[in-house]
Design a protein around this ligand. Sequence first.
Ligand SMILES: *Cc1c(COP(=O)(O)O)cnc(C)c1O
Length: 379
Amino acid sequence: MKFNTKTIHGGQSHDPAYGSVMPPIYQTSTYAQSTPGGHKGYEYSRTHNPTRNALENAFASIENGKFGLAFGSGLAAIDAVIKLLQPGDEVISTNDLYGGSYRLFTKIFEGFGIKFHFIGMENASEIESYVNANTKLIWVETPTNPMMNIIDIKAISTIAKKHQILLGVDNTFATPYLQQPLDLGADIVMHSATKYLGGHSDVVMGALVVKDKDLAERLYFIQNASGAVCGPQDSFLVLRGIKTLHIRMQRHCENGKVVAEYLANHSKIEKVYWPGFESHRNHKIAKDQMNDFGGMVSFTTKGNNYEDAIKIVEKFKYFTLAESLGGVESLSGHPASMTHASIPKEEREKTGVVDSLIRLSVGIEDIDDLIQDLEQAIG
Ligand SMILES: *Cc1c(COP(=O)(O)O)cnc(C)c1O
C-alpha cells in the first residue's frame, strides 16, 4: 500500500457491528463479561479501547512500523520512552530540542538518576565520544525547532546499532509524509499528534511507533501501567485528521516554499531558515532523507531588533500569534519571548535564537492571502 492510501486505509477495517466506515467512538470505560474473563478482547479502556486501537493501527501503518501506541500528549509519549530506562542509564539527545522535552528530561528524569547529554548532532560522528556502557538511548529531533537544523538519521542509526543503543526520533515536524525514521534505522518514532497528524489545532495527543515486538510489549506495559492514554473522542479526531495528512502536507510544503522564497528576497529580512534552500547548511541531508521540505520557516529581520519582531507578529492577520504548529491555519511565534524565554539570552543566541527571530507554521490557506499578510506586517 502506498503512503497516500495508508493515510486513509492503513490498519483500518470497517466496524463489524453495522459496517460503519469510520470506527465508532466507543465512549466507554469498561466492557461486559459473560463470565469472569469472558470478554470480546476488551476489559478496561486504559488498557484497550477499539477507537484508540483503530488509531494506533493507523499510526503504525503511516510510519511503516508494526505497533502503534497513542498517549494523552506528545510529552506523555516521550515519558513512556524514558521509562524504559533505569537509574544510572544515559541518554544522548539533540541540543536544539523542543522545550517541553528538555524540561521533562532535566526537571523530572534527571531527578530519577538518568543522565542526559545535550549535543549538536549535525556531525553524527561526534556522538561517539559521549557513548559509554551506560548509554541506552539516543534521542533525535529533525528538523529542529526553531532553527531548522537537519540531522542525518541514517548516520546516527549506524552508530546506535554498533553500540546496541536504542534510537528514538521525534518526527513531529517532518511527519511520515516527509520522512520515515524506522526505514532509516530508528527503533522508535514519536509524534506530538497535536501538530500535523491531528492537523486542526483541536486536540492534544502523542504517538509512538515501533517495529520490534519485544520493545512494543515493554511500551504497551508502560502505557497501561502508567496510564497516560488518550480518550476515544480524541482518538477519532486524530484518525480523521490523518486521512488528509498527505494533501495537507503537500499544500504546507508548497506554501512553505513560496513563503521562504518571498522572505529571502525581502529587503527587510536578514536570514531565512528553511531546509529547501541550497544554501541551507544541511540541504544535502534534507534532500536525501526528506521527500520535501515542509511548512516550517524561521527568519530574522535586518538590525535584529526585538521591537521590530514584536510589531510584525502583532500585525499578522492570518499568521495568528500562538504556541503550537502544524494545523491548517498559519501560526507565528516569537521564540525569544515565548518558547525560549526561560533560556538566558546569551545561551539562546548561541543556537541562533536571537531577538528578531520569528517562526512561522505556514498553513494551507490561499498563498496570495498569506503573502499579502507578510507584506502588510513586515512593510
Ligand atoms: C509539541 C511538541 C512536543 C510535545 O507534544 P505535546 O503534544 O504538546 O505534549 C514534542 N516535540 C515536538 C517537536 C513538538 O513540537
